[in-house]
Design a protein around this ligand. Sequence first.
Ligand SMILES: C[S@@+](CC[C@H](N)C(=O)[O-])C[C@H]1O[C@@H](n2cnc3c(N)ncnc32)[C@H](O)[C@@H]1O
Length: 290
Amino acid sequence: MFDGIASRYDFLNHFLSCYQDVLWRRYCCKYLKKLMADGNAPGNAGCMTGKATAADVAVENADGNVGCAKNVPRIVRLLDLCGGTGDFAHTFRKIFESGCACKCAAKTNPQKGTVQCVSQKGTARGFAVEPAVIGDFSYGMLAEVKPKKIDAHAVQLDAMKMPFAERQFDVILNGFGMRNVPDARGALLESYRVLDAGGYLCVLEFFSPRNLFNKFFYKVLAPLFIPVMGAFFSGKRDAYEYLVNSILRFLPVDDFCKMAEECGFEVNKVKMFDGGISFGVFLHKPVSAS
Ligand SMILES: C[S@@+](CC[C@H](N)C(=O)[O-])C[C@H]1O[C@@H](n2cnc3c(N)ncnc32)[C@H](O)[C@@H]1O
């Protein structure tokens, strides 16, 4: 289904949400940056003294110990899961690398297998994002990543059975994907597995409506105008009927949080956007997780 709407997907996303989706993504990325900058994140093991900033990152010393280095950007390993055309990953890079003067001259030290930053121009004050992995089931959606010239690898995958070893990522984004996978619990468990201890999973999603305003919006207004607009611009009315129905069939946000906790996550924050039209759910894999 997503293959059929891929070329108009971004435009319709922005149009139907009155550009709110752009603001929601931005909020999520800014909040993740704040969380990571607090120092309580993977790779910062040696820097969790309470005073660490993003610039005080963990680096491996010559003797193999992990310590803090000033002015070295934190390297972030990002997975945009159900990433589609890559908009979320693109926003993430822009926000995480703003304020980072070094534009990451990051490279892997093959001898030690560690990641270090070299040849910084000026003072590094932030993060450097490794080329992101944009993982999605739909080739059509992934084909839209390339024209955007995002520094990323597009990987065709199933969110419930990912082709990655454990603890490969520091941050996983999931924009409007959980509702679309056949088994959200399976996708949560897999996300937990591939996330490093201390890492974050950010789920931006339309959850099943709970309050009166949202029920009215999703049960009365949305079925009237979303399929019509979708059909007009993409010629695929059924895809946009599915969008509305999938929201009504999905879990309410509280139940989703409960499920995430059962999968091992801690709920860091639930941010309601536009009266509950969508939510940003920030999940944390405990530092102590094995
Ligand atoms: C609504 S789109 C979201 C795209 C993008 N993340 C965004 O923020 O706009 C949902 C995406 O989930 C993908 N998807 C559905 N089931 C999947 C699965 N089992 N594994 C991976 N991706 C899946 C679809 O192909 C589609 O691109």
